[in-house]
Design a protein around this ligand. Sequence first.
Ligand code: HEC
Length: 276
Amino acid sequence: MNRPHTVLAALIVAAMIIPQSLFASSGGAPLPQEDWRFRGIFGQFDTKALKRGAKVASEVCLGCHSIKYIKFDALRAFGFSEAEIDKMAAAQGRTKKDRMLSAMEPAAAKESFNVVPPDLSLITKARKGYEDYVFGILVGYVKPEEMELVKRVMADDKLTEEELKEVASRLSLDAHHPEKVKETLARIIKGDQFNRYFPGNFFAMPQPLSAGQVEYTDGTENTLPQMARDVVTFLAWAAEPTAPERKSTGHMVLLYLVVLTAMLYAVKKRIWSRVH
Ligand code: HEC
């Protein structure tokens, strides 16, 4: 084996043994670890959460993003009435037979944000951290009390050691680089969109969700983390709408194999019982 091959092999082995989680948060704070009930082979989607999440997605996210692989009338599965589906589609200038496309044209979005908001159909699969990342983005903006803190520490020009530590820990910044922290705080005050989970911290999406924004009719409290969880649940479904079906087929196959194994075992016992 010559040199480049050895190096390449070593790199491949290293990539296999270094935990992916070391990279998962590169540039952003470590992600919140939510307990997603729909994950795993026995994971199930909660239809009520899907219904709430679809409402959040269509009332808020569709304002800028499309979810192009899903049609409005697929939402019927979560218990929306025809009238509700018609209304959601009409809000984007579509009918229920159409795909969930935003009324905002990509060109107009580019004009406003300098970047076209990505389609959300596959977003939970397209980013490191998956659902946790999308959830993190939705809850990762500067909170009002953190904004107060930022304004307070930046009021005079000198950031004391203590202030630096406090503000850095609240915003998940690295206190070892005071200049970088100061620069970040200055941008926050200027009005740039800071998000502790976005790699690099600044991006073009203004905070889309805040507490109480979407009206819930099933008695669930519409806090920010609740709405974020619900819309992420919906987006996880959107990324794989056939998962429930596929899983239940899988369960039947497993059950069949278990029963078959038990029967074959009983037959074997019986046949061999005569042999001593
Ligand atoms: C006012 C317009 C607007 C709304 C409303 C909006 N977004 Fe965004 N979103 C954007 C823009 C613009 C970007 C691109 C940001 C960038 O790359 O700088 C973006 C990016 C994202 C990203 C990708 C971040 C990444 O890693 O590239 C996610 C995830 C996201 N939005 C989720 C949502 C969800 C979920 C909702 C609804 C709760 C929503 N957005 C509502 C404008 C919006």
